[in-house]
Design a protein around this ligand. Structure first.
Ligand SMILES: C[S@@+](CC[C@H](N)C(=O)[O-])C[C@H]1O[C@@H](n2cnc3c(N)ncnc32)[C@H](O)[C@@H]1O
Length: 269
């Protein structure tokens, strides 16, 4: 049995476990490059990572070539400090100059335009009212170059409305995605992330908490179109033949539902 420590998790451990559990920025960047090129026929160079947290994706982006540049925007200095210490510092001096961490609100005008804006790990679910969501999407639209694309991820499935805890084993820890509340009348949800570290068998409860609205792909697509995007595409993950996803996402508008899925939506200016 693991002991629920009640201990406050150390900041470095908190972000290390978070990133090891939920991030896959190499796959995200590959997806962005492929679908931007498919739409506009060129490679995007400037990326803005909204709700950037540790900015791991921004650092990976900027390292692609001397022409690539990235901004990571977040309200919270804690994950950004972790990211500067653990991600940006791993880049060459020249690459480091091309990654900027901005402590600020994604709703503000940051005074530059980019080819791509991303909002990953469902962070835009913090906007619970449709008017707030459309307002954010309009700000993204305005912050994009004329050949600009906005990428988000989204999840769903028959299981996601149930109040249950999903456990995933990793080499050195267990990741718990805990759906604490799901209001079927408003789609407001309360999620927690817990971790258990294997070497000392300590469980850290409620390391992250998200008070969100669970939006559907159709709602997001319509809000993006209302914000001005001319083409919005939904994607679906291929089947690995064993009940899971194969990591390959293809454009689609009709699929069979399953217990749990995560996919991308891309909006082009
Ligand atoms: C779910 S985390 C996502 C981190 C990262 N994007 C990822 O993929 O793992 C959400 C982040 O959004 C930040 N955040 C929430 N509201 C924000 C806002 N209005 N502007 C900027 N950042 C915000 C929080 O501080 C938090 O770091």
């Amino acid at each position: 049995m693991s002991k629920s420590s009640g201990l406050k998790i150390a900041t470095d451990l908190k972000y290390k476990l978070y990133e090891g559990s939920v991030q896959n920025f190499e796959v995200d960047v590959d997806f962005i490059n492929v679908h931007y090129k498919k739409n506009f026929g060129s490679q995007p160079k400037i990326l803005r990572e909204d709700f950037g947290g540790t900015g791991a994706l921004a650092c990976y982006w900027a390292a692609q070539s001397p022409e690539h540049k990235a901004y990571a925007i977040d309200l919270d200095p804690e994950p950004m400090n972790y990211g500067m210490k653990n991600h940006r510092s791993q880049l060459t001096a020249e690459e480091q100059k091309r990654v900027e961490y901005i402590e600020g609100n994604v709703l503000a005008d940051h005074g530059f335009k980019s080819d791509v804006v991303v909002a990953f790990n469902f962070s835009y679910f913090i906007f619970k009212e449709r008017a707030q969501l459309v307002n954010y999407f309009k700000k993204v639209y305005d912050a994009l170059e004329n050949r600009g694309a906005f990428f988000v991820d989204i999840f769903g499935g028959t299981e996601c409305g149930e109040e249950l805890v999903e456990e995933t084993e990793h080499d050195d820890h267990t990741y718990f995605w805990d759906c604490d509340k799901y209001n079927p009348l408003t789609n407001e949800v309360l999620y927690h992330i817990h971790f258990k570290t294997h070497d000392d068998n300590v469980k850290y409860d409620k390391v992250f908490t998200y008070d969100w609205r669970h939006w559907s792909p159709k709602e997001i697509t319509e809000a993006m179109e209302e914000a001005g995007f001319t083409s919005v595409k939904t994607f679906w993950e291929g089947d690995d033949g064993d009940g899971g996803g194969d990591g390959e996402f293809y454009e689609s508008t009709e699929e069979e539902n399953c217990e749990s899925w995560v996919t991308y939506i891309a909006a082009f200016k």
